[in-house]
Design a binder for this molecule. Structure first.
Ligand code: HDE
Length: 714
């Protein structure tokens, strides 16, 4: 095992006094990460070169005279610049922008009858995990609220090696065969000649590829829905997507699909809100995860499984090997088998979140693959990509990638080898009875599926129905969600410059839902409707709606985990503010104070109220609901602030709850909404008491308001 530098360099004669260590009369300091530092004559840590040499001057290069040329002899300068020059590694070809956290997985009950995976053998067993969330298309420095699929990659450090469940927040995918992946990714990323648009599907190349790829239609419904603009990583589902296998000790297999369900429910933002959040806080999702973990509100998901046998697979309407299809929860219920809690941020983003290497082929004994052609292709790709990205075969020596269980291989050498076999024997079999040996009992046994057939490049006919589940997804959405899909398609296709691509897309929509197709066509200014696209399977199946596919239909009941933005001015009613913040905290939710000046305001009782933001830096798009706790004396100035008017107008058009002190009425008026007050605009106190208000905002949005806002009646 690799040792911390501190451990390898510390001789046995050692005395530690708080963070000071004395070794052979040399006084050292212990740093935050446990590493040791040399100490100067006046007691501070000494800056050294990477070779450990103490540095006397880090501000001036070595030169001839005060104004003369630099000297090659300056080894400190050369080492410092050399290292800086090599700080970057290639970003991931997809999922470049990501954010990770540590935590644990806790098993609910033994699953001995269905899998021999050690992680599922004992109730209450806790396994360390690292999770990385990501967007797919944008570069590393892109913004968080791009309309995009989110990666949900989980590395579980089990006692039988690492298990990587490399999933997404959407249970289906664009394509059925991995060989199409490079084309899909080329089409979605920035166009190669102009290098834009970044982190956007709204451009010709993407929709051209999609319109020529009917198998992506189910995924298109999902990505045009609010699933691709999540409020936070904490409020998203995760899916393993493919059908996997559980295999028990008797080598019996059960098919399994994995789902992560967020404890606090699902939540997304509105598209107009996403656009504004990207400007106001491009790191919105990162900050959210950081703040919630740092404040002790640890996000939690349940791992649920859909289990089925060959019989079910043979009789199901679709092929369980086709990653563009789901098995609706109403057809095959999900069973919770454990929980995931994220409770610690990495010490260093690069060392952990950037260098973590997920690989679908990392599975422990008892978990196996199906023949899904997408999964089979991924099992090749992920190892390959790490080599390029991390620069050599020893990336498993990095602490974030190393297993946390004992491990023993004969692998050796290569770039940056941190550990090599110890002793003379580095091969097997050997006559010295040294080194590790195979274990047929404990070792990984691949499920002995019987396979036969001709070598062909063929897509199974059972993969050919591309529209039935796309329609099922659409009809399972509530009216506001259906509206959002239509608006998203209209926006995206409005950015497509080539008319034939727009038409081809609408012809696919005709096969999904005619009203949807007509709405989009009208908004795009079509003179006539195109013919429906030719379908490989001409008769679409009439599937029942699946309520589990809606976000709004299963919205949260409480404000827990959300954030209230409270706009205050000088003279704010101190009692009201205190009651509100107390009630929000009791609900396990957060609040932030926004004020005309960032310092804060003086409340009615003379007390000082610290602000988190000044209005320009704290627009209402950053909050799940808002309260306007103002005072008459401040209103003349406040209504003149464009950002204060936007604060209110945006909250209203994004269908948020707005609590207000009566003194804020002039602001509501100037924001253009005083004639449209509804059940989501609540006078405080007055219409409702403070704790009632906090209960009410748990509904998150007043969707009934949306059509009138869209029609410009507000
Ligand atoms: Fe990936 N994918 N993928 N993917 N994927 C990568 O691996 C690939 C697919 C997913 O946070 C790459 O380390 C192929 C489906 C996540 O580090 C690469 C195919 C799903 C992440 C790769 C797919 C995913 C990746 C790029 C088609 C959801 C980020 C960098 C067969 C189930 C992991 C890397 C992280 C990353 C290949 C399709 C999820 C190139 C060939 C389907 C969450 O290996």
């Amino acid at each position: 095992m690799a040792k911390k530098p501190s451990e390898s360099s510390v001789p046995s004669k050692l005395s530690i006094v708080s963070d000071s260590v004395t070794i052979h009369d040399q006084k050292l300091h212990r740093g935050a990460g446990g590493e040791l530092h040399q100490v100067s004559e006046d007691g501070h840590d000494i800056l050294t070169t990477a070779q450990g040499g103490p540095v006397a001057d880090d501000q001036n290069t070595l030169r001839v005279g005060a104004r003369g040329p630099a000297l090659m002899e300056d080894f400190h300068f050369r080492e410092k610049i050399f290292h800086f020059d090599h700080e970057r590694i290639p970003e991931r070809v997809v999922h470049a922008r990501g954010y990770g956290a540590h935590g644990f997985f806790e098993t609910y009950e033994p699953l001995t009858d269905i899998t021999r995976a050690d992680i599922f053998q004992r109730a209450g067993e806790k396994t360390p995990v690292f999770v990385r969330f990501s967007t797919v298309a944008g570069n590393k420095g892109s913004f968080d609220l791009a309309r995009d699929v989110r990666g949900f990659a989980v590395k579980m450090y089990t006692k039988e090696g690492n298990w990587d469940l490399v999933g997404n927040n959407i249970p289906v995918f664009f394509i059925q065969d991995a060989i199409r992946f490079p084309d899909l990714v080329h089409a979605v990323k920035q166009e190669p000649d102009r290098a834009f648009p970044q982190a956007q599907t709204a451009h010709d190349n993407f929709w051209d590829f999609i319109s020529l790829t009917p198998e992506s239609m189910n995924m298109i419904m999902w990505i045009m829905s609010d699933r691709t603009i999540p409020r936070s990583f904490r409020f998203m589902e995760g899916f393993g997507v493919h059908t996997f296998r559980f295999v028990n000790a008797d080598d019996q297999s059960t098919f399994v699909k994995f789902h992560w369900k967020p404890k606090l429910g699902l939540q997304s933002v509105a598209w107009n809100e996403a656009v504004k959040i990207n400007g106001a806080d491009p790191d919105f999702h990162r900050r959210d995860l950081w703040q919630s973990i740092q404040s002790g509100n640890f996000p939690e998901w349940e791992l649920c499984v859909q289990l089925f046998d060959q019989d079910f697979a043979d009789n199901f309407d679709f092929d369980v090997l086709d990653a563009t299809k789901i098995i609706p929860e109403e057809v095959l219920p999900v069973r919770p088998i454990g929980r995931l809690v994220l409770d610690r941020m990495p010490d260093n983003f690069f060392a952990e979140t950037e260098q973590v290497a997920f690989m679908t082929q990392n599975v422990p004994p008892g978990i196996d693959f199906s023949n899904d052609p997408l999964l089979q292709g991924r099992n090749f790709s992920y190892l390959d990509t790490q080599l390029k990205r991390l620069g050599g075969p020893n990336f498993t020596h990095l602490p974030i990638n190393a297993p946390k269980c004992p491990f023993h291989t004969f692998q050796q050498d290569g770039h940056m080898a941190m550990r090599n076999p110890v002793g003379r024997v580095n091969y097997q079999p050997n006559s010295f009875n040294q080194g590790p040996r195979e274990s047929p009992v404990k070792g990984y046994r691949h499920f002995p599926a019987e396979e036969q057939g001709a070598k062909v490049r063929l897509r199974s006919e059972s993969f050919a129905d591309h529209y039935s589940q796309a329609r099922q997804f659409f009809i399972s959405q509530t009216p506001p969600e259906q509206r959002h899909i239509a608006m998203a398609l209209t926006f995206e296709l409005s950015k497509v410059e080539t008319p034939v691509i727009r038409e081809r897309m609408v012809s696919h929509l005709m096969n999904i839902d005619e009203t949807l197709a007509t709405t989009v066509a009208e908004k795009l200014g079509f003179q006539s409707m195109p013919e429906p696209a030719e379908a490989a399977v001409p008769t679409r199946q009439d599937l029942e709606p699946s309520p589990a596919l809606s976000i709004v239909g299963r919205g949260p009941k409480r404000f827990e985990g959300r954030k209230l933005g409270i706009l205050v001015t000088d003279g704010v009613d101190a009692k009201l503010l205190k009651a509100l913040t107390k009630s929000v905290t009791k609900e396990k939710a957060a609040f932030e104070i926004i004020a005309p000046k960032v310092g804060g305001v003086t409340a009615s009782d003379g007390s000082w109220v610290e602000a988190h933001h000044m209005i320009d830096g704290g627009p209402s798009v950053l909050f799940d609901a808002v309260a306007l706790l103002t005072a008459h004396q401040a209103m003349d100035d406040l209504v003149k602030e464009a950002t204060a008017r936007d604060f209110v107008a945006d909250a209203f058009q994004h269908c948020k709850f707005i609590g207000y002190d009566q003194s804020a009425l002039p602001l509501l008026d100037k924001a253009g909404i005083s004639g449209s007050l509804d059940e989501g605009t609540i006078a405080l106190p007055g219409d409702k008491g403070v704790s009632e208000f906090v209960q009410e905002i748990g509904k998150l949005r007043v969707w009934a308001r949306e059509p009138s806002v869209k029609l410009g009646k507000a």
